[in-house]
Design a protein around this ligand. Structure first.
Ligand SMILES: *Cc1c(COP(=O)(O)O)cnc(C)c1O
Length: 339
């Protein structure tokens, strides 16, 4: 059997060799939990990256990062406004309700297609304005957006500025699920500042982009760090060998490895997109492609060993990663073009 050519998901991509090296280098003894020197560097490194004060804490999953961050802004009787196809709604197994003690998700958005799971100010305002300000209705406490979105679309700086102004005017927190933040920042010219402009918290994803098991919760109100620290322990997410998580995060930030990896993945996605033409369901801005393909066409691609997920009955999803081989991306693009 030949090895499948992997376009299933970046969450299955290999660990970057520099991440393995950094973990080996963290072998020398240090304090447990987050009392080690590497964990102690995180706040400063992220403050430097974003050019504004922040605190950063590691966790092992994006789900925990999203939910612990949201817990800084959402009370149990409140709600998070998010897109109907947001990861927190569709792919976190009810974790937001669990971490937020029953707080509700209020969904907006137009289902499949359209905006590519990005929220517009109009959608958010319409959703929030339809909620009566009385005790019988659950009140929104935060807005959550995903950068890049569940369909690989990117919020630009101006869009984020408008969302942030709106959130401030309504006294709502603004959280960003950044499982593919690096791919979004790479699309925006490499600026972490622009890609997270105005948000109150960010789940900074690293695992899909080459780390092994560390994501960063970035809190732009550093005073919230203690709350998250206590909640992280209570949630069973305070790892005792925390220095290995911090090491992964620090090496990804060093010399912009996070951006280099994301640029590679995005470029591979463009190689594939070049062969897709009218089949593309969404503009390709990051590292995911949603492509109209019949079942027969998908079977033909699988006979050539391309591995990917079906996306409903008439489409497929392809995801590139930091280690996607250029020749594989080109071959897939050509194979789709030939269908
Ligand atoms: C992958 C992903 C996450 C994180 O998922 P975990 O499996 O919990 O690490 C969060 N949000 C989005 C949009 C994702 O694609």
């Amino acid at each position: 059997m030949t090895t499948p050519v992997p376009f299933l998901s970046d969450n299955a991509a290999a660990v970057h060799p520099k991440v393995w090296e950094a973990m080996r280098a963290a072998d020398s003894a240090d304090n447990p939990y987050d009392g080690d020197a590497l964990s102690g560097e995180l706040d400063a490194r992220f403050t430097e990256l974003f050019g504004r004060d922040c605190a950063a804490l590691w966790v092992a999953t994006g789900t925990a990062a999203n939910c612990l961050a949201l817990a800084t802004m959402v009370q149990p009787h409140g709600a998070v406004v998010c897109h109907a196809e947001a990861h927190i709604e569709a792919d976190e197994g009810g974790a937001p309700g669990f971490f937020l003690h029953g707080a509700k998700l209020i969904l907006c958005g137009d289902g499949h297609g359209g905006e590519g799971a990005k929220l517009t100010l109009e959608q958010i305002a319409a959703t929030i304005d339809s909620i009566r300000d009385d005790v019988h209705q659950v009140q929104p406490h935060a807005i959550a957006i995903t950068q890049a979105s569940e369909y690989g679309r990117v919020y630009g700086r101006d869009e984020l500025a408008a969302l942030a102004d709106f959130a401030t005017s309504r006294n709502l927190g603004l959280h960003m699920d950044g499982a593919r933040f690096a791919n979004a920042a790479a699309f925006l010219g490499g600026s972490a500042r622009d890609a997270a402009h105005g948000v109150d918290s960010l789940a900074f994803g690293l695992i899909k982009n080459g780390a092994m098991g560390a994501e960063a919760i970035v809190l732009f109100d550093p005073e919230q760090a203690d709350l998250v620290r206590y909640r992280r322990k209570r949630a069973g997410h305070l790892q005792c060998k925390g220095r290995y998580l911090a090491a992964q995060i620090l090496v990804m930030l060093e010399d912009d490895l996070w951006l280099e990896n994301a640029r590679h993945a995005n470029a591979a996605a463009q190689e594939i997109a070049a062969g897709c033409g009218e089949r593309l369901m969404h503009p390709v801005e990051a590292n995911e492609l949603f492509v109209r393909l019949t079942q027969t066409e998908r079977e033909a691609l699988r006979r050539h060993d391309f591995a990917f997920y079906d996306w409903g009955p008439d489409a497929a999803r392809f995801v590139t990663a930091w280690n996607t081989r250029e020749e594989d991306a080109q071959a897939l693009g050509k194979a789709i073009a030939r269908l």
